[in-house]
Design a protein around this ligand. Structure first.
Ligand code: NAP
Length: 253
């Protein structure tokens, strides 16, 4: 890569929350960023934040669990921004319920977005990484990978992403590609806000209660996760691969 070339990063689920903070942070690191989410219009705020700060970004609407949409999205990114060599698989959904009440469709939705989505995106982007002899993949796992009541679907998907990450690291390492996983604890986003609503608590009370269980005595912010992702996607992190980093304000067990 010449000094004038910019690496191109793809961040999924980047209209808001952790994905939006990551897109903004990677742009601040000098990356051109494809802001991907289900609804292209919803990506506008993230793109504007990046371009207002002098960065390059485009909004791309795609469902990560749809093979044709993923292929089309990555083709568009390559055409408009350049070949992507950084991928952050962040798009996610919750469909929480106790096992005996969980529908098969809630199981499938969570598997499709987290696992199938990360698989399709990674398969589409890896050819550009192999051609470039460089790649950085980060998959969003979760502290729920260790088991969490009411999340049998989500915890299985997030644990699955850890195995996915380690296998990518082994298969793709020889092409200059690293794969790592960031596993957040409680982060204040629309996702945790929805959980507060589901259990009938105000978000501020919910966060305060969570903070008492966290060694640093606060909940996480999206930027806490973006910082870890910035490290893994950096040029200097080429010897760090196949790792899972829990970013949770303390140890989990
Ligand atoms: P969030 O605020 O709910 O944002 C997730 C984004 O992903 C939304 O913009 C959502 O779009 C998008 N998305 C959902 N399904 C998609 C699909 N099929 N294709 C493309 N985009 C899709 O969530 P977050 O809290 O920032 O979480 C980001 C990631 O971190 C997720 O993988 C989550 O599981 C993980 N995580 C979060 C926490 C936490 O405490 N917040 C903890 C551990 C792990 P719509 O708005 O249109 O649905």
């Amino acid at each position: 890569m010449s000094s004038t070339e910019q690496r191109v990063a793809v961040v999924t689920g980047a209209a808001r929350g952790i994905g939006a903070a990551t897109a903004v942070r990677l742009a601040a690191e000098g990356r051109a960023v494809a802001v991907i989410d289900l609804d292209e219009a919803a990506c506008k705020d993230t793109v504007e934040k990046i371009t207002a700060a002098g960065g390059r970004a485009i909004a791309v609407g795609a469902d990560v669990s749809d093979e044709a949409q993923v292929e089309a999205a990555i083709a568009r990114v390559a055409e408009e921004l350049g070949a992507p060599t950084i991928l952050v698989n962040n798009a996610g959904v919750l469909r929480d319920n106790l096992l005996f009440k969980m529908s098969a469709s809630d199981w499938d939705t969570v598997m499709n977005v987290h696992l199938r989505g990360s698989f399709l995106m990674t398969r589409a982007v890896q050819k550009h990484m192999v051609d470039a002899g460089f790649g950085r993949i980060v998959n969003l796992s979760s502290s729920s990978a260790l088991g969490n009541r009411g999340q049998v679907n989500y915890s299985a998907a997030k644990a699955g992403l850890q195995g996915f990450t380690k296998t990518l690291a082994k298969e793709l390492g020889k092409f200059g590609i690293t794969a790592n996983s960031v596993a957040p604890g409680f982060i204040a986003t629309e996702m945790t806000k929805a959980t507060a609503e589901r259990v009938g608590m105000g978000f501020e009370d919910f966060k305060a209660a969570a903070a008492t269980q966290i060694p640093v005595h606060r909940v996480g912010e999206p930027e806490d996760i973006a910082n870890a992702i910035a490290f893994f996607t950096g040029d200097a992190a080429g010897f760090v691969s196949g790792q899972v980093l829990y970013v949770a304000g303390g140890p989990l067990n």
